[in-house]
Design a binder for this molecule. Structure first.
Ligand code: ACM
Ligand code: ZN
Length: 507
């Protein structure tokens, strides 16, 4: 793939494409404009028609065709000559009399449509500038995580996030569904998880919420339409107080517990010696499998204190029976046992980097959040890795050190300015090439302890998400901070037009 940068007046595409040649002229969208595609691209064509109609105010329809389309059309087609661009790559040719979009697979077509949508001017969105673009992502894992437990985020906001993710060519939405402060997914077999676990008392009032299974299915379908996989996270063995409030018999002490109302790390966790814990978790996963087609399931694994296990008869009996040396190995036993269940159901396990402690489960993928060290170690052991280091990927940190003029955010860590996100390099220099191949990509994490509203969540995401999109999509050689900043204003115009909150650039 030749690396040809955009010409002098750069089209404001984010993430920056592999190659982009601007041409003279423009394609005008008119009431006669239609999209032509084969039935294999009906979903992408229909989506594009809806988006173009909404942006232009025209009624643009998609028509099925196998043969030559008439003049002045937008044509989508799957072709073998885009094989070298992979399943997510594409070619987009915008000419005065036609737009031609081609790719080896539907995902590539979808991303080409996103590029075209970005090229519609915010103030007069009925023209597309002529250009020839060839594009493909650098990484296959391009994600964003959202904690809906510390503060509940309504279904409509999840869809808004998915729209943003699609616009910036992310392909994974990591949905953090269970926590100490709330269990957010309806589980039919264990209804108390949401009847009790989804609610907490805050300033004398009941606070909380959850997604029904129908809600979750609606989100999965909405995401699928946008070529986004929803990765569900069910936390264990720690960060489980909300579940223990519902079923205290699953703890070491027996409880009782209340859904947590403060932030932090809690001592009470699932009892690793109690079979009923595994029964409940397997029941939960069975329903999760039914809702979420994702190959991967995230099982948490972070920040699990071992104090209760040290004094619990059942946990100590498990350590004896399994020949384990200590409580770290007991956590490893827990995670490996869950991995076996996932494998038996054709799913794969992802966990935070603490799952390295006491020995990694055989096929586990590691999300490296306490810096990159966990990711480096896992890659060296031959495991796949997703990079989410706090230093560059935690969007709950302040965006600047001007704390007085920023909404309240997580303040125990240094701020994470836009420039630092943009500068992030997901492949650590110390990895050998065959180890580096295990780094699947990177993801932004949005924890919501200090983010009570969807408006603030948008502010924390934007424009940092734009910067990360370029980190995970664009060729490393084309990354250029000044150039990125020059493309941002067009995106701000779009956010303004859509009523999306974001942090303005401050000099
Ligand atoms: C984490 O931030 N505790 C994964
Ligand atoms: Zn126990």
């Amino acid at each position: 793939m030749a690396l040809r940068g955009c010409l002098i007046i750069m089209l404001p595409i984010i993430p920056r494409p592999l190659s982009c040649v601007e041409k003279r002229g423009q394609f005008e969208l008119t009431p006669e404009t239609a999209i032509f595609a084969a039935s294999s691209l009906q979903a992408e064509g229909t989506y594009f028609a809806q988006q173009l109609s909404a942006a232009t105010g025209l009624v643009i329809t998609m028509k099925l065709t196998a043969s030559a389309a008439p003049h002045h059309v937008i044509r989508l087609e799957l072709t073998d000559d885009c094989q070298h661009l992979g399943t997510e790559g594409y070619r987009l040719a915008i000419m005065p009399d036609a737009v031609k979009i081609s790719a080896a697979a539907p995902a590539g077509i979808f991303y080409a449509c996103q590029t075209a949508l970005q090229l519609l001017p915010a103030n007069a969105p009925r023209t597309l500038p002529c250009a020839e673009i060839e594009d493909a992502p650098r990484f296959r894992w391009r994600g964003m995580h959202l904690d809906v437990c510390r503060h509940f985020m309504p279904k409509e906001f999840i869809k808004r996030c998915l729209d943003l993710l699609a616009r910036y060519k992310f392909n994974t939405f990591h949905w953090h569904l269970t926590e100490d402060q709330g269990w957010r997914l309806e589980i039919n077999k264990h209804p108390k998880l949401t009847e009790i676990g989804a609610w907490r008392m805050e300033n004398g009032e009941r606070y909380g919420g959850f997604y029904t299974q129908d809600d979750a299915r609606e989100i999965v379908a909405y995401a699928q339409e946008r070529h986004i996989t929803v990765l569900p996270e069910i936390e264990m063995p720690g960060h489980a107080v909300a579940a223990l409030a519902a079923y205290p018999e699953l703890s070491c002490s027996g409880g009782p517990f209340e859904v947590a109302t403060t932030w932090g790390i809690f001592q009470d966790v699932y009892c690793a010696g109690n079979e009923r814990v595994f029964t409940l978790l397997e029941d939960v996963f069975s329903e999760v499998f039914d809702i979420f087609p994702s190959q991967y399931i995230h099982i948490g694994g972070d920040e699990c204190p071992k104090e209760r296990w040290k004094t619990c008869h059942q946990c100590q009996a498990r350590i004896q029976a399994e020949g384990l040396r200590n409580e770290e190995e007991l956590q490893s036993y827990f995670i490996k046992r869950i991995e076996k269940f996932l494998h038996a159901n054709n799913r794969r396990l992802i966990g935070w980097d603490e799952i390295l402690e006491g020995g990694l489960a055989p096929d586990a993928t590691v999300m490296s959040w306490r810096g990159e060290q966990g990711g480096i170690e896992a890659a060296r052991q031959g495991h796949d890795v997703i990079m989410t280091p706090q230093s560059h990927c935690y969007f709950d940190h302040y965006q600047s050190s001007d704390f007085a003029n920023e909404p309240k955010a997580f303040s125990l860590q240094p701020p994470l300015p836009l420039e630092d996100v943009y500068a992030y390099e997901p492949i650590p220099a110390e990895l050998m090439p065959e180890e580096a191949a295990h780094v699947l990509g990177a993801q932004a994490n949005l924890w919501t302890e200090y983010i009570p509203t969807t408006q603030q969540a948008e502010y924390m995401l934007l424009p940092r998400l734009c910067a990360l999109s370029e980190v995970v999509w664009s060729p490393k050689e084309l990354r250029d901070e000044a150039n990125f900043f020059s493309r941002l204003p067009a995106h701000f115009d779009y956010f303004d037009a859509m009523g999306i909150n974001y942090r303005r650039l401050k000099k």
